[in-house]
Design a protein around this ligand. Structure first.
Ligand code: HEM
Length: 406
């Protein structure tokens, strides 16, 4: 009898920017593998690039907890039980299937078009420059996460949504609790509730006095009867937490990856070509794949992926980080090559749930890396790699701190 390998996402301490050794081992065996989860149940682990897209693009695959998503940790299982009992919609449309998902998503897509996001570039550049001024005026070494990587996307998303940045400690702490794999259901539920109440309060204020922001736009739809106030608050929570932690982790780990590779770093620091900057951002997104560990789905009917039957009700874990290192799509995939322009990377997912905020994230990163490297050409790590506290406990990979000097 063949034994089924364990699901294991622990990245190695020596190569913290590479996918977990166990994930790579599964990928070497084939694009689809059966893995055993912590509770003894099994799920399909999808590690190949073509198969990743086949699953996430499949109409008979669901993302709703109540349909039986695979549960990747004890804490997550308990949390999913409580979500299923309440309703999938409590996490916003990221955990809802079409047509409800599409109905809600459509209401906010216009805020994230490339054109709308481009209009935010000058203000984002100003934010980056001000944060760097403050960093340079302060003591060194400094923590890049606190001084730059976290405030930049938090300020941008606050301005876009119409959330007061003064409340950033509150919304950052609660967002971290939501995406921590090990949060208890009480902790995660509490954080969600606090954010939902907070957003509901803001919606109340904007009902009385609308502004020129995304939440005020949702308030107009509430007034028109197209959206309930609760749905508007949940969408606000989703965009607020999805909109800053992810980008912050990319700024942190991208800077770390560049500091470890002086030749590649020099391309960005010394060049001025926007095409290179755009390609560099895509390559860092591919190489680092902060959305790691697997997107969870469940088959609604029997489906066939890579010649393998996945039966109705079986859980599927779709792994971005191995798809992004698939050598049949990205030659020499373990090499960071800022000039490769890896158009087909899947760090933003694929299919109907593909990241709504990706134009915004791209623009922020295109501003952040060159600003940092050009304004602080002597930027250097102020700790050994082994001392950096990586976020092994999150759905989104990153580092809690990045000590830098100059
Ligand atoms: C580098 C930064 C980011 C990365 C790597 C990222 C990654 C992802 C991924 C992988 C998904 C798909 C989840 C799934 O299929 O289950 C997703 C969905 C989503 N992201 Fe992002 N994201 C980033 C930034 C942002 C930003 C700035 C926003 C701003 C609001 C945002 C908002 C969302 C929303 C609302 C969804 C749900 C989309 C849906 O279900 O239709 N993300 N993101």
């Amino acid at each position: 009898m063949t034994t089924i390998p364990e699901y294991d996402i622990a990245r190695s301490a020596k190569c913290p920017l590479d996918p977990a050794p166990a994930m790579r081992a599964r990928q070497e065996e084939g694009p689809l593998a059966r893995v055993r989860l912590w509770d003894g149940s099994t799920a399909w682990l999808v590690t190949g690039h073509a198969e990743h897209r086949a699953v996430l693009g499949h109409p008979k695959v669901s993302v709703e907890p109540a349909r039986g998503l695979p549960r990747l940790s004890p804490a997550e299982a308990a949390a999913m039980d409580s979500i299923s009992k309440a309703d999938s919609a409590s996490l916003g449309f990221i955990m809802m299937d079409d047509p409800e998902h599409a109905r809600l998503r459509r209401m906010v897509t216009s805020a994230f078009t490339v054109k709308r996001v481009e209009a935010m570039r000058p203000a984002t550049q100003e934010i980056a420059d001000e944060l760097i001024d403050r960093l340079l005026a302060g003591p060194k070494p400094a923590d890049l996460v606190e001084a730059f990587a976290l405030p930049l996307p938090s300020l941008v998303i606050s301005n876009l949504l119409g959330v007061p940045y003064d409340d950033h400690e509150f919304f950052q702490a609660n967002s971290r609790t939501i995406i921590n794999r090990n949060s208890t259901p009480e902790q995660r539920g509490g954080a969600q509730l606090r954010l939902a109440e907070y957003l509901d309060g803001l919606i109340g204020e904007k009902l009385a006095k609308p502004g020129d922001d995304l939440l005020s736009g949702l308030v107009e739809r509430v007034k028109a009867g197209e959206l309930s106030r609760q749905e508007a608050a949940r969408m606000g929570v989703l965009m607020l937490f999805a909109g800053h932690e992810t980008t912050a982790n990319m700024i942190t780990l991208g800077t770390l990856a560049l500091l470890q590779d002086p030749e590649q770093l020099a391309l960005l620091r010394d060049g001025d070509d926007p095409k290179l900057v755009a390609s560099a951002v895509e390559e860092l997104l591919r190489y680092l794949t902060i959305t790691h560990g697997g997107l969870r789905r469940v088959a609604l009917e029997d489906i066939e992926i890579a010649g393998q039957l996945i039966k109705a009700g079986e859980g599927i874990v779709v792994v971005n980080e191995t798809a992004n290192r698939d050598p049949s799509v990205f030659p020499d995939p373990d090499r960071l090559d800022l000039q490769r322009n890896p158009r087909l990377h899947v760090t933003f997912g694929y299919g109907v749930h593909q990241c709504l905020g990706q134009p915004l994230a791209r623009m922020e990163l295109q501003v952040a890396y060159p600003a940092l490297l050009k304004r602080i050409p002597t930027l250097a790590l102020a700790a050994d790699l082994e001392q950096i506290p990586f976020k092994h406990d999150g759905f989104v990979y990153g580092a809690y701190e990045l000590p830098v000097t100059w």
